[in-house]
Design a protein. Structure first.
Length: 335
């Protein structure tokens, strides 16, 4: 009898130990606590917000379970499996469709309570997740893991997951005082109305391999009226200002950056894109322009996320004092 069968029983009733499907009516709160404990040092503001939502939703878990019986609305959000020990949820894996066809599935939130680690629970949860994907007709399983999580990476390596890309989060602790550089040739201001050119540049930079799991979305670049009004309002209020600059020699963008400079508090946010065949030509100039512009703002930290493949930008950033905070790898497994 498998662990899954032991946990569900022949009549489908839960017993005390083993794997069983995630139950939205009872498992939201314990799974939220598992995730909070396992990823305490990795969660960003979006992750913490998702945990708060899970905790809030746990108060109406019974209603959600009843609703899900008739609509299955939450299957692709909260689908997965938990490991129970003496009736207590001590492990979790979330399994979700990653595309509309169901050929790619995402595995996430692989977490085990500290007292139960090292007992093979993560491996058994992962095996059950892969079995579920195969039974559902999926062709690929995909997940993300931080490079420094050697325990998880060793497990995924053993299970034949392969790396298909990654991103590096960088942080500059304090904007340094610098001499203003000479004006950049071919550096132009662009507006939100030029979102298509920026989208085309980003789409071109991130090749098919990098977009294998999650393609770049137009909605990330096509700023809505509401977002434009909010941007205008906060600039008028003096909280922050968004700068958009591009290097353009033809009708296309060769490179571009978007800088959100903070006036009140927080962290300056920087985004950068460069055409791959021009790597190494524009990065230093764009970084220097950014730091020069931030001379007129409080010397808050600066955050930037770059593709692992954009080594020219990574080298310049680190030479200017940016420190790599964490590297997030994307892995896939053929079912």
């Amino acid at each position: 009898m498998t662990a899954y069968q032991a946990a569900t029983g022949r009549l489908g009733k839960n017993i005390e130990t083993g794997i069983r499907p995630f139950d939205i009516g009872h498992d939201l709160r314990p799974v939220a606590e598992l995730i909070a404990d396992a990823f305490a040092h990795e969660l960003d503001s979006h992750g913490n917000a998702a945990l708060r939502e899970m905790r809030i939703m746990s108060h109406i878990g019974g209603f959600l379970k009843l609703l899900n019986r008739s609509t299955s609305e939450f299957d692709d959000v909260f689908g997965g499996f938990v490991w129970v020990e003496h009736g207590r949820v001590v492990g979790n894996v979330t399994v979700q469709r990653a595309d509309s066809t169901g050929s790619r599935w995402q595995i996430a939130n692989v977490a085990v309570a500290p007292a139960y680690r090292g007992q093979g629970i993560s491996r058994r949860l992962m095996n059950r997740a892969l079995e579920h994907i195969a039974a559902s007709g999926g062709q690929w399983a995909v997940l993300q893991v931080y490079a420094r999580n050697t325990v998880a990476r060793n497990l995924y390596d053993h299970m034949k997951f392969e790396e298909v890309g990654g991103s590096v989060d960088l942080r500059l602790g304090k904007v340094p005082k610098i001499d203003l550089p000479s004006p950049l040739a071919n550096l132009y201001t662009f507006s939100v109305g030029h979102w298509q050119s920026l989208y085309d540049l980003a789409n071109y930079q991130h090749n098919a391999s990098a977009q294998w799991w999650r393609a770049i979305r137009r909605s990330d670049f096509q700023i809505t009226i509401e977002q434009q009004l909010a941007e205008w309002f906060w600039q008028r209020m003096g909280r922050n200002k968004v700068y958009r600059r591009c290097i353009q020699t033809t009708q296309r963008f060769d490179a571009a950056l978007v800088l959100t400079a903070m006036r009140w508090r927080g962290t300056h946010q920087m985004q950068m894109w460069v055409r791959p065949e021009q790597y190494g030509q524009h990065e230093r100039s764009l970084f220097e322009w950014t730091l020069a512009t931030l001379q007129n703002y409080p010397r808050w930290p600066v955050h930037l996320s770059l593709s692992m493949e954009h080594t020219a930008a990574l080298d310049v950033a680190q030479a200017l004092g940016f420190q790599a905070q964490q590297t997030l790898l994307t892995l896939r497994h053929k079912i």
